[in-house]
Structures are given as C-alpha cells and as structure tokens.
Design a protein around this ligand. Structure first.
Ligand code: NAD
Length: 417
C-alpha cells in the first residue's frame, strides 16, 4: 500500500479528498479547477488595544471557498494555528458539508491567529469588533454568514452582530450561533453534538450494529465534545475517557457526565475529576474504547499513531482530525470512520434553521429544531451509507462524492462552465 504524504498542509489534505471524489465522478478538469480553489480570500490586520494600554496586531482571515449553492457559510476560529492553509481547508470542508447536508449554502471560514484564553473579555470584544469591521464588506445575510467554531462562542457572535449592525443597521441573520435572547435558535449549542449522535445511531441501524454497552473516548470537551458526551448515553453507550487542552481523564467503569460538567465549570478543565486516572491527549487516542471521538483540533490521528488506535469506530466530531495517510491505514485495518463533513454537519444545519428563523422573524420550538435536524442527519447518513456500499468506497469517499457532485451540478446549472 502506497500511503499519501503525511506532512500535507490541511488544505492539501482536503484537496486530496476532493480530487479523489472528483476523479471518481469523472468531473471535467476545468470544472474541478473551478471548484478546488477558494473563490475569494481576505487577510486583514486586526489591531487591538490591550488592557495594559499597548496595541497588538493580530492577523485575521475570511476565506470564501464556493458559493454556487447559496451564500457563503462557515465559522470563525480563534486559535494560534488559524493560518491561511487551515482556514482554506476549513472553508473547503464547509462547501462539501453544506452540499452533503443539502442546505442552501456555500462554504467559507474565518479565523484570527490568537490565543483566546490569554485575552480578557474586553480584549476579545475589541478584537471581534475590529475583525468584523475589516471583513464586513464581504459579509451579508445573503452573501456570507459567520458562526462559532473552535475558540469562539455565542458571546462572540453577539459582538459580531452588534459590530455589523453599527455599520449596516440591525441584521440578526448576519451571524448564526447567537445567544437565544438575541435571535439565536433553540438547540444551536447542542447541534453539532446532537447531529453526531443522530449520525452514529443511524449508521448503527443501517449497518445492523448494536451500540448498547459500547465505551466511548472523546478528545475535546468544548461545544462539540461535551454535547456528544451528554447525548451518547441515549444510544446506550458509556463515556469512559475525555480530554481537553490541559490533559485527559479515564475511568473504565464510566464517567458521570453531569458531575463532570459541574467540575469543568468550576476548574475550567476535566483534569482532576474525582475517581479517574489521568492520561495525556496522545494516550486518549489510543485508549481501550469501542468508539473514539476526536472533537478538538485537526490531524491528531496520523501515520505514526493510526496503528495504535484501538477503537473500531471513529466518529469525527472535529474537522479533519485524521490525515489521508492515517485514513488509509485505518480503512485497511477495518476501522469504520464516520467522516467530519457528515458527522458535524448538525452545527451548520441548525445554523441554517437559525438564519431562516431570523429572516422570517419567527421562532421555532426546540422540539421542531431537533426533529428537523434528525431528518437532515438521517437522510445524509443513509445517502452516504448507500453510496459507499454501491461504489465499494469508504464513508468519507462517499460523503465527498455526494457533496462534490451537488456543487458541480450547481456550477453547471448557473452556467459558470
Ligand atoms: P471549543 O472551543 O468549544 O472546544 C474545544 C475543546 O478542545 C476544548 O475542550 C479545548 O480545551 C480542547 N482542545 C483545544 N486544543 C486542544 C488540543 N490541542 N488537544 C486536545 N484538546 C484540545 O470548540 P468546538 O466548537 O467544540 O470545536 C471543536 C471542533 O469541532 C473543531 O474542529 C471545530 O472546527 C469542529 N466543529 C465545531 C462546530 C461548532 O458549531 N462549534 C461545528 C462543526 C465542527
């Protein structure tokens, strides 16, 4: 088996998946070229007055990858490694994700290279406003709609909406993932985690697997990971290990998630939770669990550790947590991998509901949001599962094929080529 390079940058890795899907679909090379690269990239200096009176200049990006199926859509990441290649990769993933979920958006992503844990609330507020001002001319409720991602949350979205509103008038539909009090949708916080749970449940039904009693390890205990931890119990699974940036914990008998959430609120980390053994983030990926959920950062499973992953099912809560080389190693070992563009599509699906509610100036109940979310996840999961069987490809290849095919069709219908 010849493995792809394991040192590809994130955008090269996503493009590798795109190329395989596009070639398998026999998409015309000119059209492939049009779909491969981002449509527009904006890089801006974001100067911020710090609490100590000094000015620090951060670098921010907004990258619009493809808008053939609708307005650009994608989160804003605050992270030291949010550079152009990372944001480009995430923007491209959004294009295929929105198409796979069949919601009327394109793909985009934004990021500011910063460490939000080192900034005060006031500094984060000023940074968000300045960044929003710098990118506001390419945003719009029918043009490009940001959302939260790693390192950002509903508070950051509230500041973005306010900063945009100061320039263009009150526009709730300009961002999603807002606080409910400011036009956010019920169920948006839980959405990526709930969607992942629906996806895992649907895959198990289709594959005839019984998940009851299966153990789960989760890397990342933020918006995505903590909600998956709260919800997988509904499938009969038991969470035995979790981690965050400070380290991990394990108890093979299972973790009490509501008490762990309380502990995390008080000590700002899962580390030190009672009746658990400590473990590192690397050890968590190799811990003896049935289902592994990477739900933090990218490329944590690579050619050097893929052989040591003991889980038989990997659920990609995070974006691109597995490199293409590791993907092949895992597939050859018979590990089932539910891919990011399917698993975490619940976030953008409920963002779509929020946007639709804002435009209609109408609010849905949480019950309706969750029901519609389940419909989207089950449909996408079934389509991926069926195509993977028909074409004898992995679930990731099938997911990309569906997304790429839909974007290609939209490009053709618009008459771009
Ligand atoms: P978050 O900031 O809410 O939480 C991130 C978690 O990961 C925290 O527990 C943090 O401590 C931990 N973490 C950060 N760096 C780490 C590292 N190097 N090693 C181990 N743990 C680390 O972020 P989130 O919104 O939960 O996003 C997590 C992932 O899910 C990202 O890949 C993001 O792109 C993806 N995602 C998020 C959404 C969303 O709506 N928030 C939707 C789809 C996909």
């Amino acid at each position: 088996m010849t493995l792809p390079r394991d040192d590809m940058n994130p955008f090269e890795a996503v493009t590798w998946c795109f190329d395989r899907a596009a070639n398998r679909l026999r998409i015309d090379e000119d059209l492939q070229e049009l779909m491969r690269l981002p449509w527009r990239e904006l890089k801006a200096e974001v100067p911020v007055r710090l609490d100590n009176g000094r000015i620090k200049v951060f670098i921010g990006y907004r990258i619009q990858h493809n808008g053939a199926r609708g307005p650009y859509k994608g989160g804003i990441r605050y992270h030291p490694l949010a550079d152009a290649d990372e944001v480009r990769a995430l923007a491209s993933l959004m294009t295929w994700k929105t198409a796979l979920a069949d919601i009327p958006f394109g793909g985009a992503k934004g990021g500011v290279q910063c460490n939000p844990s080192e900034l005060s609330e006031g500094e984060l507020n000023r940074l968000t406003r300045r960044y929003t001002q710098s990118i506001s001319h390419i945003l719009g409720a029918n043009r490009d709609i940001p959302a939260p991602d790693l390192g950002t949350d509903s508070q950051v979205m509230a500041w973005m909406m306010d900063a945009y509103g100061q320039l263009h008038g009150h526009t709730p539909a300009i961002v999603t993932g807002k606080p409910v009090e400011l036009g956010g949708s019920y169920g948006r916080d839980a959405a990526p985690g709930r969607g992942a749970m629906f996806c895992l449940g649907q895959w198990a039904r289709l594959a005839g697997k019984d998940l009851r009693g299966m153990t789960v390890g989760i890397q990342g205990f933020g918006q995505v990971g903590s909600w998956i931890a709260r919800l997988v119990g509904e499938l009969g699974c038991k969470v035995i290990a979790v981690s965050d940036i400070k380290g991990g914990i394990i108890n093979s008998k299972g973790l009490d998630i509501s008490k762990l959430l309380q502990h995390t609120k008080e000590s700002r980390s899962v580390v030190g939770f009672r009746e658990t053994e400590p473990l590192t983030n690397e050890e968590l990926l190799e811990c003896p669990c049935d289902i592994l959920v990477p739900a933090a950062v990218g490329e944590v499973i690579h050619a050097k550790n893929a052989d040591r992953v003991r889980a038989k099912i990997i659920v990609e809560g995070a974006n691109h947590p597995v490199t293409p080389a590791a993907d092949l190693i895992l597939a050859n070992r018979g590990v089932t991998l539910l891919p990011d563009i399917l698993v975490n599509a619940g976030g953008v699906a409920v963002s779509y509901f929020e946007w639709a509610q804002n435009i209609q100036e109408f609010r849905w109940t949480e019950e309706r949001v969750n029901q519609e979310l389940q419909g989207i996840m089950n449909r996408a999961c079934t389509q991926v599962f069926d195509l993977a069987h028909k074409e004898k490809v992995t679930l990731r290849e099938a997911a990309f094929m569906i997304g790429v095919q839909r974007v290609a069709r939209a490009e053709q219908l618009r008459g771009f080529v």
